[in-house]
Structures are given as structure tokens and as C-alpha cells.
Write a new protein. Sequence first.
Lengths: 261, 193
Amino acid sequence: MNLRPWFLAAVLLSAPAQGQERQFKNGEAVALEPGLAYVLARTFESQGGGLAGTVRIVPILARLLSEEELRQAAALRQSDPDRWKKKIPPNVVAMLAEQPYMQAGGESVLLTAMKPGTYILSGIALQSWATRGKGEMVSSLCMGTVKFEAKAGVITDLGEILAAREDQPTAIPELADVTGKGVLAVGILPYAVAVRPANASMLAPSALVGLPRVPANYRAMPAYPNYPGTHLNRLAPVSGVLDYDKDGQVVDLKEQGPHAP
Amino acid sequence: MISNSNWTDRVGLGVTAAFLLLLLISPASAQAVITPLQRPNAASIIVPDMGSFKPTPRDARNFDDYFYFHKDGVSYEDAFADLEQCRINAAMAQLIPDVPDVIPVGDAATNNTRLSDRTFPFFGMVGGFLIAGAEEDNAILTNRKCMAYKGYRRYGTSRALFKQIDSGSDAEKQARKALIASGAVPAIEAIGP
């Protein structure tokens, strides 16, 4: 039996298509390709509402488009308002929590290969038995979030992506002030989101030891329109990186220096 | 209105499943650019007298339907810009959003496809009406959350006063709300965000 076609099909199906990501699973061997960027993140299981049961957090990243890409997008939008988003290359990367690289207890370590560039943490989705595909996007951080460079040939460590239902109190210190209050939403539950930048105490797969890995150099990202359309939100303040003034404007603490409020 | 977690817990998953089914059987609609509102000259806008309002118990029961925003020290221009940003975010809100393929930060804001834009062969007009109502509630709540992030407080009013605020063109309505938001401090207590 000639196995060559099957082998080729397997290789093609597992390789990242242009503009799309590839998720690494179950501790598989990783050889960094020079043309791809890699991101590592840790998320935690939590209890969803109703019959959803255990839900897993899916970090949603979006690559910032170049001016040329924006021009092309605008031209397509004008020529084909119904389908323009299907015609431009995707720039959204979903780190699928149901395909972890490593798991320990309720913690999942996610590893994804993607196109290099400047990315924002644009929100989170939830995966559970009741969801399909990449899950339901439950939080859009369009009122303020962080951005980072994902360089080719390097694993950029995003640290821990934390999330909690807005309607219930949480033990996550970064989210304690914004949860357990009234929920301004209809339908699916909104989630509050925080980032804990990478540090040496965080769970790291031994299979990745020896590979180039750098902590994400987070910078503040100002508000933008709620393109995803899901629950409007903003990332919890990140020490030394991101805060908000009394008018809700994003404060870039790195630009202001270490003595900024 | 504020939906509490019990309501969401009971209904959320069923609504999600029903809507996902509807998504599969109904066609999408165009994603048009949201036209920005041009700020009118403040002198051309007539604002009702909000200061004499004395809420009755009936008024208070309807504060989630009839309300306005205020922030100390904000200018008319800034209040209009804040209302505009939140109006656009509210217009983009969806009930059951999937993870998008594209988030075009830097591009114009466009309407996302709403479920009520689709046809519903099984649920007909009643289903479409209920979905449109839920989407309208979702847009209002999105707007409230957006304005709360920007430091505005929310105040209830009567139906009659709200009708005066909410009259004229979209730009006139928004200008009137901006003038009230940047005007005299309300004599009544603020309500929840």
C-alpha cells in the first residue's frame, strides 16, 4: 500500500495555513520554525453558568493590521459589505483550551504557533461541552487591554490569563473589585479578565526547556471599537503596564515611567 | 434592565442553543459602516428642565428605561464624544457572538450581524420580535457599561422628561444628552451603573 498520499495529507493538515495558527497538543515535540512566532499561556478551569459545567478559558489574540492591510480591508468592505471579512486573511488567534500542551489539575498550558507581529489580547472565549468550534466569546477587552510583540523563532510567554464570572465573587485578587456585583448583560454571562505576566514560578513544560522563551513585553493598548460584538469589557490593571484614569482612558504606565500614578 | 445570574443560569444555555440553531438556518445581512454623528451647535439644542424633577414611586420603578448620564466637570464636546463612542459600541453588540476571524483594529466600526436581521422560518414574527427586544436590551446595557467605564453616573427620570430628551434626530438626541451630562449636577441620587 502506498502511504505517501496519506503522509502528505497528514503533514498538510497539521501545518499552519497562511495566516492561521497551529496549536501544539499533549507535549508533542516542538521544533521552532524561523518564520513563525510562538505564544505560551496558562489558563484555568472554572464553573460556568447553568448547564455549561466546567468551562475552559480560550485567550483570543488579534494581530494589529498594517496600514496596507487596513487599506485592503477597507476596499474589500466597500466592494463586498456582506462577505468582506471572509475574504481578508484572518488576524485572530484563538488559543484553544481544549487542546492543551500540558495540564496539571485545573491549569492548562497552551502553546500556539502563529504569524509574527504585534498582537493584542482582545478577549476570551469559553469552551465547554455545550460550545462548538473556538467557543463563545464572552469578553471583549475593547475598553483597554495590552499589546505585545510576538517575534519569529521565539516563544513569547504571556504568563497566566485569568478570568472570572462577573456575577460572582472571585478569589483572584486582580478581579476582586470588578466581580460579585450586578451584571450588565443579556444572555451569556460576561467574564472579567486579568493578566499575570510570566515569572519563573509559573508552570512550564519541561519539553520546552532549551528553547528560546521570553516573557511578553506588555504595553498598554487604548480603547478601540467593539469589533467582536461580545460583552464590552476592559482588562484589569497590570502593575507597571496598564491602568485607567477617572475618565476611563488607558494609562500607559511604561511610557509614564516607574513613578506614574 | 439588569439581568441577574439566576435568570441567566436558567435561560442562557437554552437561548444559546436556540440561537445557534437559528444561525444555521437563516442568512446573514450586510455589515455596514456605522455613520458617525456630527456634533450640533449646543446653542441650537433645547434642553428640558431636569432640575425640577421629583421622582414618584412609579418613576423609580422605571428608572432602567428612563435615565440619563452626568459627570462632574465634563465639557459638552467631551460628553458628546463619549456618548458617540458608547453608541457605536452598543450598535456593534451581539447576543451570541462567535469568535471572529478578523478584528480590524484601526478600521471603521461596522454593524455586526444581528439575529433579528435574519429571517426565522420556524419562529416567525413572534420569535423575531422577542429576539429584537433582547438585542435592544443588550445594546442599552452595553451603552450603560461603556458610560460607567468613562466615569459617568446614571440618574433616573420620568417618562415624560425622557421623551423630551429623546426627541429629534439622532444627533439632536445625543447633543441633548451631552448637554445634560455636562450640565448642572442632578439634585437626585444616582442609580446603579
